[in-house]
Every structure is written in structure tokens, then in C-alpha cells.
Ligand binder design. Structure first.
Ligand SMILES: [Zn+2]
Length: 287
């Protein structure tokens, strides 16, 4: 944008040089928690308190939960991250016991073996500071803390690689959502965005490593995903980190798989095209 209005200085209007041609929507009034008041109202309208019983400490607690039927899917990213119109569902996918610190993705919350419970009690609950669950909505940073606690729980309970990889994948998606929702008027907007991207990449690298390991040792479905879906996810993520051989191999597998559905094959064909372009570019750069 810089430049469109540059030169206004000679009219004594240099203060107007940075105006946006297409005015951004007016900034909304801030609520007491620093979030836009009306946006906060909207988000909480899609949430309700759901009761859970903790499988570790047996206490009952409530967690904010999204009214699934009310939110609309607006699309998905190349790596299948779902985007919703009204609320970022990922923020509410962690169930955390505020008494003992046990936290898990909702899909895994109920499944804890007794040795795992023992480990969590010993390593997490003994030092965990009980939390108050009074929040109406979660900010991205609060959601991020919940994901990190979930990953810590997963490591402590020595769960399967696929579960840990899935937590990393969802944390990466959450960070992408955070970056998209950053206030562009923040003085350190660029720095914050860069930090989100760096963290997202770190979580994606760990997700990739975990899914590759899980693929060798676990059976499908994995975290609710069939083999072509997991392979697709790995292929897209491997492509991001320029592991083109891994990516190509899996895409070929999907395209020749008798079980992959036509939609997944279409997606795989798109990735194949992107891959060929990237490999060509890489080879051209080498010359
Ligand atoms: Zn508990």
C-alpha cells in the first residue's frame, strides 16, 4: 500500500499518506478481557458447559464445548485443517480436569489405562496448580496452553505415537489459526506472526515424525483416520519440508490404492502436480 498516497506531504498532509485505500473494518469496542466485545458475545453463543468426570481423580467438572450443529464449515487447508465460520473448533477440542491437570483431546479423554493414570498422578497431579474453570471463551493463548498440557500428559502416559502426532498436528493448526487472527495493528504484529509460523513448523515436524513412526507400528484407523487420509496428511506435510521422496511415495500409494475414495484421489492428484512443480524448481535452482 505504501506509495499510493506518498507525496501528500507537499500539501502538508503527510499524516494521511498511510491511509488504506480499502478501509479495514472499524475496530470494535474492546470488552473487559481485551477482546472485541461483540465478537466475544458471538463466540460464546456457540458454546455450552458440558460435564465430565475425570478418569484420573474422579472429580466432576465442566468444560466449554462447541454446539457442533450450529457452526458451519467454511473450508479446509491443504493439510485438512478445518475452518469454521463462527468459532475455531480447535480451541475447544481439549478437555482438561481443573483439579488434577489431566488433559486430552476429546477423542482420547476417556481412554486411560491404570498404569497411565498412575504416571499422570505421580508426574502431573502432584505439582499441578488447580485451575478455575470460569472462562466463557478461550483465547488462542489459553487454548495453546491447554494443548501443551495435553502433549505433556500424552508423553507422561507414554501413549501411542499416533496420538502424540495428532496432538502436534492440531497444535500446529491452532497456531495457524492464531496467526490468522492476530490484530494487524499490533506494533509487533510481524514478529508475533513469525513466531506463530516458527512454532507451527516445529509442531508440524513433530507430527510428521510421529505419523511416519505410527505408520510402521500401528494399525488403521488411526485417530479416526483411514490409511489414505493419514498418508495424504504425511505427504502434504513432508512436501512442506521438502521431503519430496517421502511425499511422492505416499501419493503414488494413494493413487493406486483400491480403498482410497475418489475425493481423496483427486486431492492426491493435486498434490502430485504441486510436487512435480516443486521438484522441477528445485532441480532448476541446482543448475
Ligand atoms: Zn482430575
Amino acid at each position: 500500500m505504501a506509495g499510493l498516497l506518498s507525496g501528500l506531504e507537499q500539501f502538508g498532509l503527510s499524516n494521511l499518506e498511510n491511509m488504506d485505500l480499502y478501509e479495514a473494518p472499524k475496530k470494535e469496542e474492546k470488552g473487559p478481557d481485551g477482546k472485541p466485545a461483540s465478537a466475544a458475545m458471538q463466540e460464546q453463543d456457540y458454546l455450552f458447559d458440558k460435564s465430565f468426570t475425570c478418569p484420573i481423580c474422579d472429580k466432576e467438572f465442566k468444560a466449554r464445548t462447541v454446539r457442533i450443529g450450529k457452526v458451519k464449515l467454511s473450508g479446509s487447508d491443504l493439510d485438512l485443517r478445518p475452518r469454521y465460520e463462527q468459532v475455531d473448533l480447535l480451541k475447544y477440542d481439549i478437555i482438561m480436569c481443573p483439579s488434577c491437570g489431566y488433559a486430552a483431546l476429546s477423542r482420547f479423554f476417556k481412554f486411560v489405562t491404570s498404569p497411565q493414570a498412575k504416571n499422570i498422578k505421580k508426574t502431573i497431579s502432584t505439582t499441578f496448580k488447580p485451575q478455575k474453570e470460569t472462562k466463557e471463551i478461550y483465547t488462542y493463548d489459553e487454548a495453546l496452553e491447554r494443548y501443551k498440557l495435553t502433549l505433556a500428559n500424552a508423553i507422561v502416559k507414554q501413549t501411542r505415537a499416533s496420538e502424540k502426532a495428532y496432538i502436534c498436528l492440531k497444535t500446529a493448526w491452532l497456531l495457524r489459526g492464531k496467526a490468522e487472527h492476530l490484530d494487524k495493528n499490533l506494533p509487533d504484529y510481524e514478529a508475533q506472526k513469525k513466531q506463530c509460523e516458527d512454532e507451527e513448523n516445529e509442531f508440524l515436524r513433530n507430527a510428521l515424525e510421529g505419523f511416519l513412526a505410527a505408520r510402521q507400528t500401528e494399525s488403521f484407523p488411526m485417530c479416526g483416520m483411514d490409511e489414505p487420509t493419514v498418508d495424504y496428511l504425511i505427504a502434504v506435510t513432508a512436501m512442506r519440508f521438502e521431503q519430496y521422496d517421502v511425499s511422492s511415495r505416499l501419493i503414488t500409494g494413494i493413487l493406486t490404492s483400491p480403498t482410497a475414495n475418489p475425493r481423496m484421489k483427486d486431492k492426491a492428484r493435486d498434490i502430485k502436480e504441486m510436487l512435480m512443480k516443486k521438484i522441477k524448481e528445485k532441480n532448476a535452482a541446482r543448475k
